[in-house]
Design a protein around this ligand. Sequence first.
Ligand code: CAA
Length: 408
Amino acid sequence: MSRLKCAARPDTMLRIPVENGMDFRLSDDHLMIQSAARDFAQAEIAPVAHDFDASGQFPSDNIRKAGELGFMGVEVPEEYGGSGLDTLSFVVMLEEIAVADAAHSTIVSVNNSLYCNGILQFGTEAQKQAFVRPIASGAAIGCYGLTEPQSGSDAGNMRTRAALSKDGSHYLVNGKKSWITSGPVADKMLLFATVDPAKGPKGVTAFLVDTRLPGYVRGKTEPKLGIRASATCEVEFADYRLPVENRLGREGQGFEIAMTVLDAGRIGIATQAVGIARAAYEASIAYVRERKAFGSAIGSFQMIQAKIADMKCRIDASRLLAMRAAWNKAEARKAGVRNTTEASVAKLFCSETAMYCAHQALQIHGGMGYSKEMPLERYFRDAKITEIYEGTSEIQRLVIARQETGLR
Ligand code: CAA
């Protein structure tokens, strides 16, 4: 908590009465990071979110400030440059960033959960010092290289090849990764490549890549529907030389690492979705109180009330699911079991809530919702990605059903 100097303030929104022996209250540490994130997001991000969306520029200054506040490595222990807090702290922080702007929250989420998490869990001491410390402190940015042009949902079907040299000192990497969040600006990448394509997922191996070295070639930044300020590109590996010490885990362990990391990352996307839904909902509450039709505030009409009530129920349920997944992450680790179901349930439900709320909020705003002068159309465009990246809603349903039935 060393860099989180902000005083705690009571927050009613997340304080839920204690029932049946369960305590839903956030601790003072959680309230402190939530409050610090809200102050930062409302002061620094919200005022510029529209302009960054319009230009598609990467918000470097704000990301540097987020690093200074300790938001880029929330769960990373202080000895590796992070804030040393828990996953619930990450979640309450990220929701506040996402309310202000989804694109910023994508950058923050990937850095924390997809990049730092896996290295902390599977890395050696030297790897943590070299590859986590600069990223968790916000001095540098991390990215995650799994997807390829021909393998999105079927992540095990990758072609990027890592060939071990005859003397065993290094791997030579060749191939293409696509849809790399923060790829255009990242300093380090957690890369997945196969040491033997014939082995399918069993050949997948994880590596730690310095993106400033020769052979890491950035493609053009993708023009996207939403989260436009989060830079995304294709990356080509052209005879990229990777020292053998930069392999994360064993040869063939990469698919397990990729999936374990996604179990953490999906909590971040679930939370981002809660933030987008909340932004759309809060805008709607203000609008239905103020906008008049047929002589009354539109919020007094039952069809509008139904939309407000349905949004509220889904947002509350979503937040609880995201928090359950966050809370259970450490519990599952302690028990030696996976947090897969909790993470996928949260990701699926929250992303569909974001899309639902953005849709309803735009409808409530009518023509104003369709205008670029209001943020509703941005929420609508931003919400869509939460149903696609870090595993589509279809993949989440497949994962949940497989976990529940034990069938494939
Ligand atoms: N944790 C640990 N191990 C896991 C695991 C998990 N959650 N899920 C699977 N595994 C293991 C399995 O136990 C299995 O090991 P064994 O063979 O030793 O039993 C191995 O991995 C293979 O598992 P499956 O047979 O289930 O693999 P599959 O080929 O059927 O695929 C899948 C499973 C769920 C479809 C998976 O490919 C998947 O999640 N696909 C979606 C990929 C995805 O989310 N991509 C997102 C890209 S990143 C991104 O979007 C970032 C961004 O921009 C922000």
